[in-house]
Structure formats: C-alpha cells, structure tokens
Design a protein around this ligand. Structure first.
Ligand code: PXL
Length: 281
C-alpha cells in the first residue's frame, strides 16, 4: 500500500487540512501519514477565538526520526503551514525525501487576500517551497502571488492559462490553478502538465457561498487520483466534480459555511475500483 506523508495543520473543527485530507486519502486506498505542524481548535476562516499550539519543533524532529529509520514515502504532500519557518522545514523535506510525487498546495490566501497572520515573508517562503515540488495547486489569488503579481478580481480565460504557463516555467512543476473567476461569471480550473497534451481548462459552477477547506478537499482527491496513475486532466476532473458535488450538497442543506464541505456522505465515490474476486474470473 502506498504511503503518503501529509504535512499541514490539524484543525479540530471546521473541515480543513488534515481533517479533510486523511479521510479522503484513506478511502482512496492509501496509508495517509498525517504529520501536524500545529494544532488548532478551528481553522482561521471565520471562527474566533482560535486556540493554537505551534508544533514546528515537533514536526521537524519527526522528519529527522523518519530519516534516521529510513522510513520512505511514495508521496509527500504539503498544505497550509503556519509560518515561513514551517515552509522552510517543509521545503527541506521535499528536497531530501526522494518521493516519486511531491505536491505543494500553497494554502496562504483566497479572494484576493492573504490569510490572517501572513505577510510578504510567507509568500516568499511559499515561492521557495513551490520550487521543490512536482505539482503545485494554487487558487487564483495564490497563483498571482506566486507569480509575483497583484491578484485580480476577474480574468479572461486566456489570461488564466498564461498565468498557469508562467508558474509552470518559473517553478519547473506541473500546475493546477483552481477557482479562477472569469469575466462573465464562470469559474475554471486550469492545468499545465509536462507536455502540451496535458494542458487543459475545466469549467465548473460555483454555489453562492465560500467554504474554508475546499482547496484541501480538491488537492487531496487530485493527489490520490494521480497516484492511481491517472493523467493530470482526469485526476483534476475527478477532484473538481467531487468537490463541486460536495459544495452543492452542503449549500442545499444550508449549513454554516464555516464548518466546511459536507463531503463524508460522498466518500464512497472515491473508493478504488474493485477487482473482481478470483472465483468470478
Ligand atoms: O487550507 C485552508 C486552511 C487550513 N488550515 C487553516 C486555515 C485554513 C484556511 O483558512 O485557517 C488553519
């Protein structure tokens, strides 16, 4: 069974980061090794007060412990990190790990703004981290920041594709930009693989609410699908449709958006394709 090291925070309430990524990767048939970089009572997208326990010392010591025992991972996946110092530890791990797939979800901003507590140093640290990854999955705001540009409210379809291209060139990585708002109201997910045939634009509809942790859900499904051997576009298609369905169901149920996407009833859709039992062959 493939083993995936997931480096991000554990926020108990609100469905983000490890609380989303662990169940998704487990149901997809992987051993998820959740390495918390911090413990939080909730994510920071709307709850207050937020209780936090920084675990920078712990998570870098845990990485040392794995190395000392030569515990290897098939993939290493980094998500929300609490500080530039944590991003530097994560970058060092990506550099040294030797995993076949290194995914960085540069979770630091959305809707044109950095998340609370982050400044330009966090953008710089994420830029360095992205330079060590094979795949990066910024939303439209993060994509602009990673390119050293001002986030914009709306893009033309060609402009998102060009932004994606600039990121692929700058970071030498495959890129999937999510949630890019187009002029005219549509939203797209744009991908750049290694070859031109891997380039794609997928369209989706958005519900009229914002759920923290949506990007985490998308990236977890994308990572799991890639590890099944899917091409970038079909992996992104699965991740997009799963996320879209979870958003629709959550919106229809009129949940408090701070609690995130109610994806649990849909998890069965992510089970690995079943092999026929030997007696049926
Ligand atoms: O990736 C979303 C996320 C993860 N973790 C924490 C957050 C957020 C978004 O607000 O606050 C702690």
């Amino acid at each position: 069974m493939k083993r995936i090291l997931c480096i991000q925070d554990l926020s108990t309430v609100g469905r983000s980061s490890l609380a989303v990524v662990s169940p998704v990767l487990s149901v997809m048939g992987y051993q998820c090794c959740p390495l918390p970089t911090a413990l939080l009572s909730t994510h920071t997208g709307g709850f207050a007060p937020v209780e936090r326990l920084d675990a920078t010392g712990f998570f870098s010591a845990a990485l040392e412990a794995y190395r000392a025992q030569e515990i290897a991972f098939d993939a290493v996946y980094t998500g929300y990190l609490c500080s530039p110092a944590q991003a530097a530890v994560a970058a060092d791990e990506l550099r040294r790990c030797g995993a076949a797939l290194r995914v960085t979800d540069p979770a630091m901003a959305d809707n044109g703004r950095l998340y609370g507590g982050f400044g330009p140093e966090m953008v710089e640290a994420m830029q360095t981290l992205c330079g060590e990854a094979d795949l990066i999955t910024p939303n439209a705001t993060e994509a602009a920041l990673l390119a050293g540009e001002q986030p914009r409210e709306r893009y033309g379809a060609d402009e998102v594709e060009a932004l994606c291209e600039r990121l692929a060139g700058r970071y030498g990585a495959r890129v999937v930009i999510t949630g890019a708002p187009l002029e005219g109201g549509q939203t797209v997910c744009v991908g750049r693989g290694e070859a031109a045939w891997e380039h794609f634009t997928l369209r989706c509809s958005y519900v009229d609410a914002a759920y923290p942790g949506t990007g985490d859900l998308f990236c977890a499904v994308l990572t799991g699908a890639l590890m099944r051997g899917n091409a970038l576009q079909s992996a992104a298609e699965l991740a997009l449709r799963f996320t879209e369905n979870a958003a629709r169901a959550t919106f229809a149920a009129r949940r408090d958006p701070r609690f995130g996407l109610e994806f649990e009833p849909l998890l069965g859709e992510l089970l690995p394709p079943r092999e026929e039992p030997s007696w049926a062959r």
